[in-house]
Design a protein around this ligand. Sequence first.
Ligand code: IMP
Length: 451
Amino acid sequence: MNEYTYGFMDVLLGLQWGDEGKGKHIDALLCLDKDGKLRYHNVARFQGGPNAGHTLEVGKIKFVSHMIPSGCLNKKINNYIGNGMVIDPVILMDEIKQLKKLGIDITKRLFISDRATLISPYAPLLDRAEDFRKSRKGDDKKVGTTAKGIGPAYSDKCLRIAFKAGDILSKTFFDDVAIMRNYYGAILRMYKNEYDFEFNRDALMKRVNDWYRAIKQMRKLMIIDVGAKLRKELARGRNILAEGAQGILLDVDHGDYPNVTSSSTLPANAALGLGVPFQVIRDVYGVMKPYGTKVGGGAYPSRMDPVTEEQFREAGNEYGATTGRPRMCGWLDMPALIYALELSGVNKILISKADVCPAHEVRVVLAYKSGKKILKEFPRKLDSVTGVVTRKFKGWDCSSVKNISKIDLPSSLANYLHFLKNEIELKTGKSVLIESIGIGPERSQLVKWEK
Ligand code: IMP
């Protein structure tokens, strides 16, 4: 590859359990670089589906995207749904309509991989059925999925029975889907007969009809070989920003299985999920909050006490963008963060919501306890953790920050950030750049911390 003409791909992802505020940083990264050139012409999502909810705010426009990549509000940028994604046609078409109402016709700038997997009409119901089975009779092992059909869609893909976006262009597509009706119907009957899972047939019929209607509309979109198009873009020297969804700790292989999502959230998957060679990856941006949040099932050892948690939830508006569920709030979990950094190779850190600190004192989890043992590393299963070792820090208040500059940040926040950087470098043996600190929802409220 000729490094002078060939483009590169940066990857941006969440370093925690999702909801780190990735959308806002993507918007800022898409701005022109210091030479006035567009940094990226292409924003591409490589995994997940409508389980994500990226809140984008540009000027007066606010848009929560679930399927469409976060470059959608910027008219100069092409957006891609990669082969590694799972698509819900109903949600996708609905988002396209919402954007149209905001005056944005995304259809000319949205490329959908013909290899991306379709979420079947039955998948969201099967998703609920499986979580219901796991939570029966007080034995609450449910994952607490977003119920968007993500797990069933990825399992269809691995079973090699899924429909791909490219299939919808075939004349026999609806007949092919009809053949699968019996298969999905039999699984649903199994959940009903074996596990007493009840569902509303009318709602299912409506979902099936909506899905068929959305497929017909989707046929007008640009469904192409996205990998080939992105490789051509790179060959022209144009860059890609690969947008991760969820977070590293929800990775299907490396997270706290089974309390994970169904795809790989690691940057290595960006190449696989888009169809480009892995050598094109340049910087890996990791987004994090100075505290943590988590939704869904599974242990969460760093969780705050209920009163403090409520304060953080309210101050940080920690409610799911996809499901509206209240998020659990926890202290910054250092072993989990180090694990995420080591796994992902993040070299640039972007911090969101540094202004959210409604407490006089904050804590950082330095290690876990498991009975009498101290665990310094993120374990394979978090339910083996019985307690945490924490260190206290003075809280901060950003409300009086006037100049959006490093020197204007409260000294206790600055101390916290210095501690964070030192600890990361000590533990990972690698230097990282803490690039910017978000102290409010606006693009203008990003403080440059290190260059
Ligand atoms: P699924 O991805 O809907 O199958 O959900 C699996 C787990 O990942 C559940 O614990 C969800 O709460 C969590 N999850 C999925 N997507 C997100 C996200 O975008 N933010 C935070 N948690 C998520």
